[in-house]
Design a protein around this ligand. Structure first.
Ligand code: HEC
Length: 182
C-alpha cells in the first residue's frame, strides 16, 4: 500500500512538472497590430514635429552672416601669410551653408555651384600661396556674391571689399601652410 502511494505521488509530481514546463514554453501571444487610424495619426504627428524642427533650422540669412564674416577673415589670413587659416575660413564658409540643403533644397545647388566654380580661383590661390592671384580672384568673386543676391531678390545686399577682418580674435599673421588644414 505504501509503495502504491509513493508511486501515485511521483506520477502527480511528474505531471505537475510537465504542466509547468508546458506553461513556460508556451509561445507569447503575438502583439496586436496598432489599428490603422492610430497609425495614421502617429505619422501625421511625426510629420508635424519634423516640420516644426525644420522651421527652426536657418535658411539663407543666418548662415550668410557667417559667410560674410568668414569671407572677410579669409582675406586677412591670406595677407598675413596664415594660409592654413585662410583655407580653414574658406572651408567653413562653405560648410556654414549646409542647413540650406534641408531648408532651401531648390536654392542650395546655386550656392554649391558658386563655391565649386566661381570661388575656385580663390581656393586655388590659397592652395598655391599666391597672394597676387588671391587678390585678383578675391576681388572679382565679390561680383558673383552680389550677382546671386540680385538674382534672388536681394539687390540691396551689396558686399564691399574691406581691408579689416570681421573678427579680431585670431592672429592672422601666424605663418602656416594651406595643408595644415587636415
Ligand atoms: C546662392 C546665392 C548666393 C550667393 C552665391 C551668395 N549669397 Fe549672400 N545671400 C544670399 C541671399 C538669398 C541672402 C538674403 C538672405 C535670405 O534670403 O534669407 C544673402 C544675404 C547675405 C548677407 C546678409 C546677411 C544678413 O542677414 O545680415 C551677407 C553678409 C552675404 N549674403 C554675404 C555673401 C558673400 C560674402 C558672398 C560671396 C562670398 C555671398 N553672400 C554669396 C544668397 C547668396
Amino acid at each position: 500500500m505504501k509503495k502504491i502511494n509513493k508511486l501515485a505521488m511521483l506520477v502527480v509530481l511528474g505531471a505537475l512538472t510537465l504542466t509547468g514546463c508546458a506553461a513556460q514554453s508556451a509561445p507569447a501571444p503575438a502583439p496586436t497590430p496598432a489599428p490603422a487610424p492610430a497609425a495614421t495619426a502617429n505619422t501625421a504627428d511625426l510629420q508635424k514635429q519634423i516640420d516644426e524642427i525644420k522651421g527652426t533650422i536657418p535658411k539663407f540669412a543666418v548662415p550668410m552672416r557667417e559667410v560674410g564674416d568668414r569671407f572677410e577673415n579669409i582675406q586677412a589670413a591670406a595677407k598675413g601669410g596664415n594660409w592654413g587659416l585662410a583655407a580653414y575660413m574658406s572651408s567653413y564658409m562653405n560648410k556654414a551653408m549646409a542647413p540650406a540643403k534641408v531648408t532651401k533644397p531648390k536654392e542650395y545647388p546655386m550656392w554649391e555651384s558658386f563655391y565649386t566654380t566661381s570661388f575656385k580661383p580663390v581656393n586655388d590661390a590659397i592652395a598655391a600661396k599666391d597672394l597676387a592671384a588671391f587678390d585678383k580672384a578675391y576681388t572679382s568673386v565679390i561680383d558673383n556674391c552680389n550677382g546671386c543676391h540680385a538674382s534672388m531678390g536681394y539687390k540691396f545686399i551689396k558686399i564691399v571689399k574691406k581691408d579689416a577682418p570681421a573678427n579680431t580674435h585670431v592672429d592672422y599673421t601666424l605663418k602656416s601652410e594651406p595643408s595644415d588644414l587636415k
